[in-house]
Design a protein around this ligand. Structure first.
Ligand code: UDP
Ligand code: MG
Length: 338
């Protein structure tokens, strides 16, 4: 029997988890011939989520959980789930708030059985999201697609089924600042789109706010592309040309005998150029910051417990042993082989 894992990142979802468990049990009990397990990743929740997750396991042993040592963000929580589920034949990623309907799982599996590797669900409607969020995310993904030159699926989140080989490919990408949307595209393989209506959150509140979104946007652009660094070079050439032109104009003015009124113009020039410089430096800083983060070779996350057992995140020097191990020890693979 093929094994399918459903990976669900969870952060402060005490209200939604009971609904989630019911809907999932209902759905998977109707799908025969597959062995399911549901992997709940507690991403350092501060409410009663962990307690409720533990209860889910008491009710149904197919529910497993990993509790991370703190809140790492959804991207890293998903990676922890994928690391743990590497042995499954396929992994389905979905949100805890039932915005991604579990009833679609059957359709995802049907397409997988046809031979597709990455079956992603595209929303035809987005209930309960503000106009501003929809518009800004649309513009952002258009820009990201243009500058990274990797096609990004429109109106698509992380809700998808990944074949084992996609999961293994994604687990090999250990960057700390992750943009899964672009990683899913980067790996390639055979993709298939299915359409669905995205529901409202069943309960609780969205964890997103604009500062998180801006951070995700910066991560997305700087982890995917060095285009902003090129813009700096283009723009500096443009500025040099502009200053030469400006100097020529000033020269011509002085030839006609007019006096150039100085101090205000000078001040404006300095202000303008120094603000441009500051933008350039901050772009450079973004990349430098990333290099700094990645060269620390830190594990991407630490696990506090797995199914109630305390976990020690210890690096293993033996590569075979690391590969057998599902969890964050995988991180150290690169470290010890470098
Ligand atoms: N989430 C997480 N860690 C975080 C924030 C969110 O694991 O730091 C989970 C959250 O519990 C949910 C999913 O990511 O299962 C999507 O979050 P949310 O519904 O708040 O985002 P939205 O659907 O509004 O984009
Ligand atoms: Mg949501």
């Amino acid at each position: 029997m093929k094994k399918i894992s459903i990976v669900i990142p969870i952060y402060n979802e005490e209200e939604t988890i009971p609904f989630l468990q019911n809907r999932i049990i209902n759905t998977i009990s109707k799908i025969k011939n597959y062995q399911f397990n549901v992997l709940l990743i507690n991403d350092g929740s501060k409410d009663r989520s962990l307690e409720i997750i533990q209860n889910c396991r008491k009710i149904d042993k197919r529910f497993e959980y990993i509790s991370l040592s703190r809140n790492y963000g959804k991207e890293i929580a998903m990676l922890a789930g994928l690391d743990y589920a590497k042995d499954s034949d396929a992994v389905i990623i979905m949100d805890a708030d039932l915005q991604d309907p579990p009833e679609l799982i059957e359709k995802l599996i049907q397409e997988w059985e046809k031979g597709y590797d990455d079956i992603y669900a595209k929303r035809i409607s987005r209930e309960g999201e503000t106009w501003l969020k929809k518009t800004t995310s649309k513009i952002y993904y258009q820009i990201l697609e243009k500058i990274s030159k990797i096609p990004i699926q429109k109106d698509t989140g992380d809700f998808r089924l990944l074949d084992k080989r996609c999961v293994i490919a994604i687990c090999q990408m250990r960057e700390q600042s992750r943009c899964s949307k672009s990683l899913f595209n980067w790996i390639g393989y055979h993709k298939k789109e299915i359409l669905f209506e995205r529901d409202k959150r069943i309960a609780g509140k969205t964890k997103w706010n604009y500062s998180k979104l801006i951070q995700l946007a910066i991560d997305g652009i700087t982890s995917l592309s060095t285009a902003p660094l090129k813009w700096i070079s283009y723009m500096s050439v443009a500025f040099i040309c502009f200053s030469i032109l400006y100097a020529v104009i000033l020269g011509l003015f002085s030839l006609t005998g007019k006096i150039i009124s100085g101090i205000n113009l000078l001040f404006l020039g300095i202000l303008f150029l120094s603000s441009i410089q500051m933008i350039f430096i901050s772009i450079l800083g973004e990349y430098l910051g990333r290099v700094f983060q990645e060269t620390k070779y830190r594990p991407t996350y630490l696990i506090d417990q797995i199914n109630g057992n305390k976990h020690t995140n210890q690096a293993k020097e033996n590569k075979d042993e690391q590969e057998k191990n599902h969890t964050s020890d995988f991180n150290n693979y690169h470290y010890f082989t470098n």
